[in-house]
Design a protein around this ligand. Structure first.
Ligand code: AMP
Ligand code: ZN
Length: 471
């Protein structure tokens, strides 16, 4: 398996620390609002990473956190407290907000066939562990207290910028709009480990600590939750590219100061989903959630299909038109598989399937090239040397990774189609047949696409054209 490693900026051969278990950590959601479809893009790619490793025969242990405390709007200890913001907006307590949006997150990932992490740690369940962790850093001389808050002193680490490759000297001179100087900090990049003084006097989540009543800094949770559940070293740490310069950089600084060892072997970062205004966010533009896509009539798995046709290290532009084309292609794919499945007999599965299994594996091994992996699936469907049984066998096998429910077919809904609609469908089929006779394939295809847009899939068989309602 070849994977891009942000730490070395190269594509590397993946070799686990322990052959028996691959350890993965993925930064989880901040539960102050619904996840937007950009966040969900990341979790889909991470799901593919885990399932690809499993497909290749590895046993994977994956840990994820749920951020329910300490995350300010800017990752660098600045801006509003995200949980408080959610609570204010909805006139609820922070605890209610966190429960509600955690449930919403799990509902979303289930609809997208994303497997839950093996261990899910809520940030607020590890408070005592953060305190113990900070005490160790304090004893080792990595911290200082300023105006009541405990800070990590980044000058204590020569390798602070190893992940991002940032030039701190240059940052000092450049005027940066995103960092408002915190006068308590010795260096602009120092970060809070424990807040006792913050501008949020009404902070509802507070705990006692040796430094006073307060709450943990945001970066702590990923270090501590992973140390507790994966040990002092792990194979892969995942997250979005936005986390490279601050969050992951700070996670490394504090964890490696705590253990004295290199922490993560491969840093995996996913690129952004962008909308026509640029970076997708929860506060500006149309707030695109999975429920919104559903309300507009999309199947959540069409979104998964859309994402799988992109590479995780490339930005992807979202538009409803491109989602619609992805949905059409996805429904068409499913109806082809359905037709093959209906016509399969008990034919033998021969060695013919092996070539395709290897092709599929090679796509995954090529830094998770899911778009090519899907192309292999299309190649199978049109290969006349494969019998239907073999085609279904392979589709089912690939779906262990793709998770597109390729062999789950919705109930036949033709019974509830209104008579007028049947008439319309049959007229369209006739028009398409005529177009084909006249070799006007463009028109024939557009009729098929138009029907598909209305939830009607056509299947060409030797006996004629069948149609099915698919949503
Ligand atoms: P958050 O809930 O804000 O902590 O973000 C959860 C995950 O989504 C993080 O790994 C972010 O890097 C990632 N993320 C945020 N915005 C986007 C976006 N527009 N596209 C893809 N991933 C994103
Ligand atoms: Zn994290």
């Amino acid at each position: 398996m070849k994977l891009y490693n942000t730490l070395t900026r190269t594509i590397e051969d993946f070799k686990p620390l322990d052959e028996n278990q691959v350890k993965i950590y993925t930064c989880g959601p901040t539960v102050y609002n619904f996840a937007h479809i950009g966040n969900l893009r990341m979790y889909i790619h991470e799901d593919i990473l885990v399932k690809s490793l499993e497909y290749l025969g590895y046993n994977v242990k994956r840990v994820m956190n749920i951020t329910d405390v300490g995350h300010l709007e800017s990752d660098a200890d600045d801006g509003e407290d995200k949980m408080l913001k959610g609570a204010k907006r909805e006139n609820k307590t922070v605890w209610e907000i966190s429960q509600f949006y955690t449930d919403a997150f799990f509902a979303d990932i289930e609809k997208l066939n994303i497997k839950k992490a093996d261990v899910i740690g809520k940030a607020t369940d590890y408070i005592n562990d953060y305190i113990e962790f900070i005490k160790v850093l304090e004893n080792k001389g990595f911290t200082y207290v300023s105006n009541g808050n405990v800070y990590f002193d980044i000058t204590k680490r020569d390798d602070y910028t190893k992940l991002s490759g940032m030039d701190l000297e240059q940052l000092k001179t450049a005027s940066r709009e995103d960092v408002t100087e915190d006068i308590n900090k010795k260096n602009p990049q120092d970060f809070v480990l424990w807040f006792t003084k913050s501008k949020f006097e009404n902070q509802a989540m507070k705990w006692d600590s040796p430094w006073g009543v307060g709450y943990p800094g945001w970066h702590l949770e990923c270090s501590v939750i992973s140390l507790k559940n994966l040990g002092e070293q792990m194979d892969i740490h995942c997250g979005g590219v936005d986390h490279i310069p601050v969050h992951h950089t700070n996670e490394i600084a504090q964890t490696e100061s705590y253990t004295g060892k290199e922490w993560v072997k491969y840093w995996w970062h996913g690129e952004f989903l962008i909308d026509n205004e640029g970076k997708m966010s929860k506060s500006s533009g149309e707030f695109l959630t999975l429920s919104l896509l559903e309300r507009k009539g999309f199947d959540p798995l069409s979104y998964r299909y859309f994402i799988l046709n992109s590479h995780y290290r490339k930005q992807l532009a979202f538009s409803f038109d491109s989602l619609k084309s992805a949905e059409n292609a996805y429904f068409k794919l499913k109806s082809r598989i359905k037709a093959i499945n209906q016509n399969k007999e008990n034919q033998q599965i021969s060695d013919n399937v092996n070539k395709y299994k290897i092709d599929f594996k090679e796509c995954l091994e090529d830094d998770l090239n899911t778009a090519n992996a899907i192309t292999v699936l299309y190649d199978i469907l049109k290969d006349d040397d494969l019998n239907n049984n073999e085609k279904i066998y392979l589709a089912e096998d690939f779906d262990r990774v793709l998770s597109l429910d390729l062999l789950k077919f919705k109930e036949d809904k033709n019974d509830d189609v209104h008579e007028d609609e049947v008439k319309y469908i049959e007229e369209m089929i006739l028009k398409r047949q005529n177009a084909k006779k006249e070799k006007n394939f463009q028109l024939a295809d557009s009729i098929r696409a138009q029907l598909l847009e209305n939830g009607i899939a056509l299947e060409d068989t030797r006996q004629g054209v069948n149609w099915k309602k698919i949503k």
